[in-house]
Design a protein around this ligand. Structure first.
Ligand code: 5GP
Ligand code: ZN
Length: 136
């Protein structure tokens, strides 16, 4: 994709602070980290989001993400990490090239996760059935 920032990073047209690379995957530091060491793991081929990725690419990216997460944790002495993937605009995806966030966590870092909601009476079963149908 010619107008994709991450494709440009892969081609070396935009610089990045690379922390890991293999033939299919690149990982680099996020330019606006939620915590120090925040990294992005991306497939070298352009896919718009998670569901757009073929199984092979999912495997390559997540196997690499596991390795990168371990290196990030050790490299910045983190106490844990969140693994995240924003998919499509409504979910906060700003760069439309599939990417996995590795966000290191530190005791007392103040990072907030989303809050849970409640289902209405009987709603959860309907939702379960609707999803089940789509997965058959
Ligand atoms: P999204 O909201 O799409 O899941 O996250 C995109 C991420 O890419 C953001 O965290 C943002 O800081 C990061 N980002 C956007 N442009 C660049 C860039 O040019 N270089 C780097 N290293 N990160 C970027
Ligand atoms: Zn791209």
């Amino acid at each position: 994709m010619t107008d994709c920032i991450f494709c440009k990073i892969i081609k070396g047209e935009i610089p990045c602070l690379r922390i890991y690379e293999d033939k299919d995957v690149l990982a680099f530091l996020d330019i606006a980290p939620v915590n120090r060491g925040h990294a992005l793991v991306i497939p070298k081929k352009h896919y718009a989001d998670f569901t757009d990725m073929p199984d092979e690419a999912v495997k390559q990216v997540f196997v690499a993400a596991k390795k990168v997460a371990d290196g990030v944790m050790k490299g910045v002495n983190a106490n844990g990490f969140n693994l995240g993937m924003n998919n499509r605009k409504v979910a906060g995806q700003l760069v439309m090239h599939a990417h996995v966030h590795i966000m290191p966590r530190f005791e007392g870092d103040g990072f907030k996760l989303w809050e849970g909601k409640k289902y209405l009476e009987g709603e959860a079963k309907k939702v379960m059935e609707s999803i089940n149908k789509k997965l058959k």
